[in-house]
Design a protein around this ligand. Structure first.
Ligand code: PLP
Length: 413
């Protein structure tokens, strides 16, 4: 079964209510009415706090909240004890880094390998934890296309390597990392393997266990779901073994005073990592988004976006005033094409595109080091795709780029 983008567009109220060409999906996707309606129906009829009451509403809400973990777990090949709901990818990676530090897995002299192609969300938590722990971050360089030099990984590994953390798909170049091989290397070196899956889980089938990941992170709002919910995925044995760094309401079975000291009996996973009142309405929305994607089939999502990415890259590269960020081959990337328009700062290009009804992201995309390395210190314009984009969107982008270049740079009207 292929994807009929126009049928999907019928489900997206924002596309029905305007003529926008929405190409900022790597930042956040639009929401289908099914997701919006599931959340409002729950809020109208069933909402109550979860895991905190024996009254009917709370029991029903708790069941729905737990089922949402199950739905998400199935989607990524895990079990629900491995799915921790947090706010977003950024919070998930910070929680992973903190958990490893808290449990003594990152200490003085230890090493953490990340790449120069990371989003700040998968860079700053490691840099900061390393500073605190007197550990060291080793940055694997990228080549001139922005591809991490995984072939040189041996030079960066040592017996002190505790963590290898990388994105699955780069939010700037769209490059797809060879996770299978990296997972093997991490396993051979007895290191934790952490995957920033913010740009992959929404776009292709992902099974973290098969990839030999220890931990992973992704956001609901980038996959048709609401803001305010993301997932920290962790292998069950690791989550069960470790103590959560954020202890609070909801994370414990029992707290007692024993000989004048507070003794804590932690909840089982995932609950012991979800401190305080969790994102309950958002969990309903995320589960609905996952159901929506599962009904289409992630293989279909992947194939459709793959062909759309090829068309987008070819069409934009064919313009002689465009400089592409990242690899020229569409086989190496998925869903994302960043570029600069000769003679136009990215923000000016973005504003001009907006006047023509086209929404793209401009700037450094939370990846400053990568942009500097590739010779784009002022950033880039990023077009990113999702299942409701049709080929006409690419045509409209190209026409708009031609027209703004003619007007602003060549001075033609
Ligand atoms: C690769 C990557 N990692 C992390 C993030 C951060 O996601 P969030 O803002 O949902 O925390 C993003 C967001 O664009 C991303 O693209």
């Amino acid at each position: 079964m292929g994807i009929d983008c126009s049928r999907i567009r019928d489900d997206i109220p924002e596309l029905q209510n305007s003529n926008v060409v929405f190409l900022d999906n790597a930042a956040s996707t639009l929401k289908p009415r099914q997701v919006i309606e599931a959340m409002s129906e729950f809020a109208y009829t069933t909402y109550a706090n979860v895991h905190r009451g024996v009254y009917k509403l709370s029991m029903e809400a708790s069941k729905i909240y737990e089922d949402a973990h199950e739905t998400v777990a199935k989607f990524i090949g895990g079990d629900m004890r491995e799915v921790v709901f947090v706010k977003n990818t950024s919070e998930a990676i910070q929680l992973i880094a903190l958990t490893l530090y808290w449990n003594g897995y990152i200490g003085e002299g230890d090493e953490i390998i990340i790449t120069e192609a990371e989003h700040h969300s998968n860079m700053l938590p490691w840099v900061r934890i390393a500073r605190k722990a007197k550990a060291k971050v080793r940055l694997l360089p990228v080549d001139r296309r922005g591809i991490p030099r995984w072939e040189d990984i041996n030079e960066y590994l040592s017996e002190r390597t505790r963590v290898i953390a990388t994105n699955h798909i780069s939010n700037v170049t769209g490059y797809i990392s060879p996770l299978q091989e990296i997972g093997k290397i991490a396993e051979e070196h007895d290191s934790f393997f952490v995957v920033d899956a913010a740009q992959s889980v929404p776009h292709l089938p992902v099974d973290f266990k098969k990839l030999k990941a220890s931990f992973a992170a992704f956001s609901g709002h980038k996959m048709l779901g609401p803001t305010g919910i993301g997932v920290m995925w962790g292998r069950h044995d690791l989550l069960e073994d470790m103590e959560p760094p954020l202890g609070a309401g909801g994370t414990v079975k029992r707290v007692k005073l024993v000989d004048g000291l507070v003794s804590i009996d932690w909840e089982d996973s995932p609950w012991k990592y979800e401190s305080g009142t969790p994102p309950i309405i958002e969990a309903v929305g995320l589960a609905k988004a996952v159901e929506y994607l599962s009904r289409i089939g992630m293989e279909n999502v992947y194939e459709y976006e793959r062909s759309l990415t090829r068309d987008l890259l070819e069409a934009v590269s064919a313009l002689d005033f465009i400089r592409i960020v990242g690899p020229n081959s569409s086989d190496l990337r998925h869903g994302i094409v960043s570029f600069n328009v000769e003679g136009l700062p990215p923000d000016v290009a973005g504003l001009s595109l907006s006047r023509q009804g086209i929404a793209v992201r401009t700037g450094l995309h939370c990846a400053h080091i990568l942009h500097d390395k590739l010779g784009f210190p002022d950033g880039s314009v990023r077009a990113s795709l999702y299942i409701y984009n049709c080929r006409e969107d690419i045509t409209r982008l190209v026409e708009a780029l031609e027209s703004i270049y003619a007007k602003h740079v060549r001075g033609l009207r």
